[in-house]
Design a protein around this ligand. Sequence first.
Ligand code: HEM
Length: 534
Amino acid sequence: ATIHDQKLQRGQGGELHQLAEGATPVLTTAQGGPVSDDQNSLKIGARGPTALEDFHLREKIFHFDHERIPERVVHARGYGAHGYFETYKSLAKYTRADIFQRPGEKTPAFVRFSTVAGSKGSVDLARDVRGFAVKLYTQEGNWDIVGNNIPVFFIQDAIKFPDIIHAVKPEPDSGFPQAQSAHDNFWDFISLTPESMHMVMWVMSDRAIPRSFRFMEGFGVHTFRMVNAKDESTFVKFHWKPKLGLQSVVWNEAVKINGADPDFHRRDLWDAIKAGNFPEWELQLQLFDQEFADSFDFDVLDATKLIPEELLAPIPVGRLVLDRVPDNFFAETEQVAFMTQNVPPGIDFSNDPLLQGRNFSYLDTQIKRLGSTNFSHIPINAPKCPFHHFQQDGHMAMRNPVGRANYQPNSWGEGPRESPQLGFRSFADVEAGPKQRLRAESFADHYSQARQFYLSQTPPEQAHIAAALTFELAKVKTPVIRERMVAHLLNVDRGLANGVAADLGLQSMPKAADAAMATRQDLEPAASLSIVAN
Ligand code: HEM
């Protein structure tokens, strides 16, 4: 007899029960009550009705009924790992952030990689942007760099985010993406949003089908600030550079992999870490001042632009190593709550209107997704440094203020107090101007960096971009959308536009999109682009 056989016993109905024995603990209810029979509900007679009294049955099914939480509204499919960040050198000159003061110091980290558009059960190798979200558990609270594997973004202003996501996600009537006419919704939106052209070039490139999470770059995208102890500010862009270098698959490999193993990327990360091949990224910073920012035609507050690395070399300041898989996917990877608003003293925001909107969105969405204002009580989200505040109660509260005082100031000498010295101080930038819904002229050039990116690619990479555009636009059934896209491509690269138009079988070449008109915010987008349909 095996060990298991020894623990088996037949129940009244002949079913086998595995009994607690030796090291095997007794099964209990969530209330801790020991369970005698987990396989038969309580019935009146062997074939009779089930008794409402059966608290074990009710609790078991009740809990199962509530196992699912809403998936993330974007970036639903993701995979995470634990690790650490190691600081190379003191950055005290630029920032007072504690994490950057002492060379060699290690800070615990959790990273979640993701796709953007697909649902939680979608495939890993979709052509998509990859999320690259890093939570650093610093001694001054959690710092989240909620980035992507592409250094720019589709839109310049957070107010457009619901629209682009609606356009790429399932249509409201069919419940699956682009049902009516293949890819029309997404490309309709893109073709009416010239600011997305730079990002579109990246998304049609090999960057959007990475070989593995381990071979991807990560970018904070926005311009942030570093603020030193003298309250002096330096602009900063965050870049994660993979030690293994960049690698992608080609489209027909991606299609096959998705069919053979939809979990390809998560399996790769799990296997690598389990085998002791810990993936590693270097944190590199582009640091610059206002004068440098003013030297460009584009705006450093515009998330559709990058600062070319040839003009400003990123400086290595530390490394991120992922060396431990989660113990529990749901508890850690699903429940982790990244928020752009999580910054320590010495890191600050810029006025990038996309970043400003994100700072609202993440806190808001976590309450919906995790179900309680107390989501910071979940271990994966809790700071790993001492923390004290007067917030209390609410659903699932695990911690409440201790003692008599749950407010301050108080006369009892109880509880924490603010510290002007140690606490977060916003950089005291001077802001003034009319209150209005307007976009700065400095946000107006939508094509130059799209062109630079395209031209920076090798001929095979350029061919991949052309093939991806043709493949995608060939699924678009509405002719004017295809034509609008070709009209935009004419402003990116004539050869690219001609090639795509020919492969799409366009009858005649549209005129180039009017770059100046396309950026005018006081025109209806359709009107500004109607030239294309002529
Ligand atoms: C989720 C990146 C723009 C709203 C995420 C995640 C990443 C990310 C990496 C997944 C986090 C995770 O793994 O849990 C970015 C980047 C952006 C951007 C790099 C632009 C530069 C925006 C904007 C909004 C937004 C403009 C809204 C105004 C959200 C929301 C989630 C999310 C609601 C789901 C968060 C959750 O449920 O945990 N984003 N995002 N994002 N993002 Fe963004």
